[in-house]
Design a protein around this ligand. Structure first.
Ligand code: DC
Length: 216
C-alpha cells in the first residue's frame, strides 16, 4: 500500500487543481474520484438507467465497466470521455447517482486499488472518511459559496462552455446540499483533517499551506 494524501471538500473549493500540483511536486499519482463518479453516471445514463432505478439494475449495468486515467484523460470502456464528463449536466447526474449504494460500492474498490502500488493524492467527498480513513495526510479544502461559484464559472468558461454566474452558483448550492445530506458517505469534515479555507488565498498560498502541513 502506497502513501495516501486524502483531500475532501465541496465543489469549487480548488481540490483538483491543488491535488494535481501536489501530486506533480511529490511524484505521486493523482486520483480524481469526481471523474470516476462522472464517468459512471454517464455510462448509466447511456444505458437509460434512472436515478430511481433499483440497485440490482444499476449493478447489472455496471458489470464489466472499466474507467481508466491515461495522460490526464479519462476513458470509459476505452472511450475518451474527458470533455463529456465536465458539463454541469454531467456534474448534476454524478451527484445524483453518487447517492446510490450500487454506485459507491462499484467505485470503492477501484479507488482503493489505485493506492495498492502507488503513492497517491486522492480528492473527492469521502476520501478522508470512508475510502482512505487511515490516509497518511488528510485535508478539507473549503471556500465561501460565492468563491466556489466564481471558480466553477471560470473553469467552465475556460473550457468554452455556456454558463452564467447565477447558474454556477445554483450548481454548487444544489450539489453541495445533496452531497452533504445523503445517507451514504456524505461530504463532511473528518476530525483529523487539516482545514484550509481557500476563499482569499491564491494557488501558491494554498499549495504552500498544504506542503507545509505535509512537511515539505
Ligand atoms: O468533484 P466533482 O465535482 O467532479 O464530483 C462530481 C460529483 O461526484 C459530486 O457532486 C459528488 C460525487 N462524488 C462523490 O460522491 N464522492 C467522491 N469521492 C467524489 C465525487
Amino acid at each position: 500500500m502506497g502513501k495516501v494524501i486524502a483531500i475532501d471538500g465541496p465543489s469549487g473549493a480548488g481540490k483538483s487543481t491543488i491535488s494535481r500540483l501536489i501530486a506533480g511536486k511529490l511524484g505521486f499519482q493523482f486520483l480524481d474520484t469526481g471523474a470516476l463518479y462522472r464517468a459512471t453516471a454517464l455510462h448509466l445514463r447511456r444505458k437509460a438507467i434512472e436515478p430511481e432505478s433499483h440497485d440490482i439494475e444499476i449493478l447489472a449495468a455496471l458489470n464489466g465497466v472499466t474507467i481508466n486515467f491515461k495522460n490526464g484523460r479519462v476513458f470509459l470502456n476505452g472511450e475518451d470521455v474527458s470533455e463529456e464528463i465536465r458539463t454541469t449536466e454531467a456534474g448534476h447526474y454524478a451527484s445524483v447517482f453518487s447517492a446510490k449504494k450500487a454506485v459507491r460500492d462499484f467505485l470503492l474498490q477501484i479507488q482503493r486499488d489505485a493506492a495498492i502500488e502507488n503513492d497517491i493524492v486522492a480528492e473527492g467527498r469521502d476520501m478522508t472518511t470512508v475510502v482512505f480513513p487511515s490516509a497518511w495526510k488528510k485535508f478539507f479544502l473549503d471556500a465561501s459559496e460565492e468563491g466556489r461559484a466564481r471558480r466553477r464559472y471560470l473553469q467552465l468558461k475556460e473550457k468554452g462552455m455556456e454558463i452564467t454566474m447565477d447558474e454556477a452558483l445554483r450548481d454548487v448550492q444544489e450539489r453541495d446540499k445533496r452531497d452533504s445530506s445523503r445517507d451514504l458517505a456524505p461530504l463532511k469534515r473528518a476530525d483529523d483533517a487539516i482545514y484550509i479555507d481557500t476563499t482569499d488565498l491564491n494557488l501558491e498560498e494554498v499549495l504552500k499551506k498544504v506542503l507545509e502541513a505535509i512537511g515539505n
